[in-house]
Design a protein around this ligand. Structure first.
Ligand SMILES: Nc1nc2c(ncn2[C@@H]2O[C@H](COP(=O)(O)OP(=O)(O)O)[C@@H](O)[C@H]2O)c(=O)[nH]1
Ligand SMILES: [Mg+2]
Length: 459
């Protein structure tokens, strides 16, 4: 039977650093017996068993059966509850070759550690009350931050800015609920000034919810980067443009149509922001199943794109497919490529002449493009003063905030319509529960599983 996050009695271990060569790698373990289990395959078991929390112990990891030395390491000991998970834990710093880390992990598994699930260390920190769900998500966001803006926002959430804001909103609701409950016991006492105050509280809560909801597009953009997709028929020059923008010969450029069959991506930066630039397969109907799959993937990326660059070969001109595309994606930036060639036709209105071959003219195109992307980013930020503002970046949080907002609207409607106070209270309670689900106070198991399974291994 496969393990779930909720089997918290088992000791777990995982590589916390990326697989590949590096100076050092970190293997993380956690669980009540973790120190004793690591000691069984450590050259100085007693030193490890006696170590106080936060102590580094030097030694060798051994295969306990053959006594073979596997690697020279430093083991960091954490004692419950003073560890990330709140459990006893050992972090092993070993040499950073995949072979060394794997041998150590194999030995640990034989001792009784289970391979950790994605995000399982964070889950244990959450389940043990070390962090709420919003902060746990922020840890993950911090590990994924692609640019300075993303790092800044995630760190704010990690330090509890969002949790505190949500707690403030919830306590407004709890105040109203307490008042209503008192009134339910003595209904004849409810005066007009009372309900005016409740409405005022609920409006305030809604205003704060609305600020957070509106921060989502900008927050998401900062977290995930701006998705810019280059599209066009085969041979339009998409891969050439991509290579120029990323300043690398990443994509294969070839006069053979259909060369790029999958999509390629690379990051470029525009100011403080990360832009995820994607080169797609040419859009054409093809009998070749590999090419057809490439085209399908292109369409799914286009559906998610923030900005589309659509290229046409200016020596060939527009055809019906191009016209259909422009109609389907009216916001696309239209680029008339190969303007360096004498046989290139003049760019029609609304199209910008570019050349992926003429490096001089490309410079001015690149600045124009960065200008367009910056203004897109500025628009998506609902407020310019992002130093002070708390943003959300998770779709899960955004949806729950919307539901909380909606439930408050229903509460206010019920109150204005003169419905019973118990109905008003019901909607307010519902709203408070949505907030509770964001912070994880009352999140169902499957929600938790879904959230933590998107984390990195070893986090
Ligand atoms: N002269 C000229 N040739 C270009 C330009 N852009 C692309 N090409 C050529 O057009 C062909 C197809 O380019 P490629 O980037 O592979 O197009 P893709 O199929 O859209 O990715 C290659 O032979 C490129 O060298 C351009 O601006 N000017
Ligand atoms: Mg290509």
């Amino acid at each position: 039977m496969s393990r779930t996050y909720f089997d918290r009695t088992e000791p777990i271990a995982a590589l916390a650093t990326p697989e590949g060569r590096s100076a050092l790698a970190v293997i993380r373990t956690s669980g009540e017996d973790s120190i004793a289990l690591v000691a069984r395959c450590f050259s100085r078991p007693q030193a490890l068993l006696d170590a106080e929390g936060y102590r580094a112990v030097y030694g060798w990891i051994l295969d306990p059966h053959s006594q073979e030395r596997l690697d020279e390491v430093v083991a960091l000991v954490f004692r419950a509850p003073h560890s990330f998970t709140g459990e006893n834990a050992v972090e092993i710093m070993c040499h950073g070759s995949p072979a060394a880390a794997q041998r150590i992990l194999d030995v640990l598994y034989v001792q009784g550690f289970s391979p950790a699930l994605r995000g399982e260390f964070s889950f244990r920190a959450f389940a043990g009350g070390k962090t709420d769900l919003v902060r746990a998500e922020a840890i993950n966001e911090l590990t994924q931050a692609s640019c300075e803006a993303a790092r800044h926002d995630a760190l704010q959430r990690l330090t509890g800015a969002l949790s505190r804001k949500l707690e403030g909103i919830r306590s407004l609701m709890v105040d109203v609920l307490a008042d209503i409950n008192a009134r339910l016991d003595y209904p004849e006492d409810e005066g007009p000034e009372e309900s005016a105050r409740w409405v005022q509280y609920m409006r305030r809560a809604q205003g704060e919810l609305s600020d957070l909801i509106q921060s989502y597009p900008g927050g998401r953009l900062r977290q995930e980067g701006l998705l810019v997709v280059i599209a066009g028929r085969p041979n339009a020059g998409k891969s050439s443009l991509f290579n120029l923008l990323v300043r690398e010969e990443r994509a294969i450029v070839s006069p053979e149509p259909g060369t790029t069959r999958d999509w390629l991506e690379s990051w470029i930066s525009v100011g403080d922001f990360a832009v995820r630039l994607v080169d797609t397969a040419g859009l054409r109907n093809s009998g070749n199943p590999v090419e057809a799959e490439g085209v399908r993937r292109s369409h799914s990326l286009l559906a998610r794109a923030d900005v589309i660059l659509y290229l046409v070969d200016g020596t060939v001109g527009l055809d019906d497919e191009d016209r259909a595309f422009v109609e389907k994606y009216p916001g696309a930036l239209l680029l008339w490529n190969k303007s360096d060639l004498p046989r290139c036709m003049p760019a029609p209105p609304a199209w910008t002449a570019v050349s992926a071959k003429d490096v001089l003219s490309f410079g001015s195109f690149e600045s124009m493009l960065k200008g367009v992307l910056s203004s897109y980013i500025r628009q998506a930020q609902t407020s310019g003063q992002y130093e002070a503002q708390v943003r959300i970046a998770s779709e899960r949080q955004e949806q729950l905030l919307r539901q909380a907002f909606e439930a408050l609207s229903q509460a206010m409607e019920a109150q204005t319509a003169g419905a019973g106070l118990d109905l008003v209270a019901l909607h307010i309670r519902e709203s408070a529960e949505y907030i509770g689900e964001i912070t994880g106070n009352i999140a169902p198991d499957e929600v938790l599983e879904r959230v933590f399974s998107t984390f990195c291994l070893g986090k």
